[in-house]
Design a protein around this ligand. Sequence first.
Ligand SMILES: Cc1cc2nc3c(=O)[nH]c(=O)nc-3n(C[C@H](O)[C@H](O)[C@H](O)COP(=O)(O)O)c2cc1C
Length: 364
Amino acid sequence: MSSTLGTLYRVTTFGESHCKGVGAIVDGCPPGLELTEADIQPQLSRRRPGQSDLTTPRQEADQVTIYSGTEFGRTLGTPIMLLINNKDQRPQDYGEMSQVPRPSHADFTYQMKYGIRASSGGGRSSARETIGRVAAGAIAEKWLRQIYGIEIVAWVSAVGDIEAPEVALETISRPEVDANLIRCPNTAAAERMEALVKEVLAAKDSIGGILTCVCRNVPVGLGEPVFDKLEARLAQAMLSLPATKGFDIGSGFAGTRMRGSRHNDTFVKKTARLGTRTNHSGGIQGGISNGEPIVFRVGFKPVATIGMEQETADFNGDKVLLAAKGRHDPCVVPRAVPIVEAMAALVIMDMTLQQQARQGSSLV
Ligand SMILES: Cc1cc2nc3c(=O)[nH]c(=O)nc-3n(C[C@H](O)[C@H](O)[C@H](O)COP(=O)(O)O)c2cc1C
């Protein structure tokens, strides 16, 4: 089982849904960065459950404590341990589900692979595991912002079949995204999305959606061809998130329907560097960032645990009717926004440190 991500900025997450706490150990954070819990908490609070009636009612404050790796509010360059206590555990909600693998959840595969599994709440497959990622990502983001002015903003661009119109990639900001509960910066689309989530929740069902993410001011040259191309690392990071089903970048799958003459991002002189007129490449060419905004999308499925009764089978193969208890998200995309931002920050941070190491040793 791999719970560690990254080469030079290495993040190990720990914790299960209903254990005493979850978090991360970050190894490789540069020394001297001003860092306190206040730098990390805002993203955790955007991720936390119980934020609104569109998300799971599980109540967790998700307060982070930095246990190591800083002194007098600055990083020491040593491992940073981040711990967040679990408070609202209710393993009793999962009594029946311990005998019945939830359809399309991870109960069956974890049990088959390990021969044992956390008996409630999905264990490591729970979205609570992503807390450590968000905390570690917030540190990476702070460093990337300070050193390069990098800005990472994700938003909900679709819920079910409701799609938001395109947004201004140069200016879209987190306050705009957070202006409504669904985290879609287009108010009209947001209202329709919220109504759909409420309708689905009332029917004891769930629904999926898409996040779009833009990373601005990413320097040219990040990405390690051939196996650690920047888009390959981003795809791996995003598809390691629970409930993700799709990743595309730049023109993505839609680009397959275009002609090369329209799809090519022709070069043009920009203020500080050579840039491109269009950005169908999504900011990455040959696996290396080209200085244009990195733009990608992540598709999330309708979550598996639903209150509606479904015919399935228990671990013995006997037919059962399962109506899930417990507290669950009818649609994960509003809470996934800071998680996707964190994963982007973790990848870009690691790739930046690798490129700095190359530049520091280069003879050309
Ligand atoms: C923010 C977030 C919240 C989630 N909440 C739930 C939930 O309440 N109920 C559920 O069944 N799955 C939830 N999931 C998804 C499951 O963790 C995931 O579907 C499960 O681990 C199986 O993995 P897979 O869907 O990637 O195959 C959530 C995912 C995210 C990102």
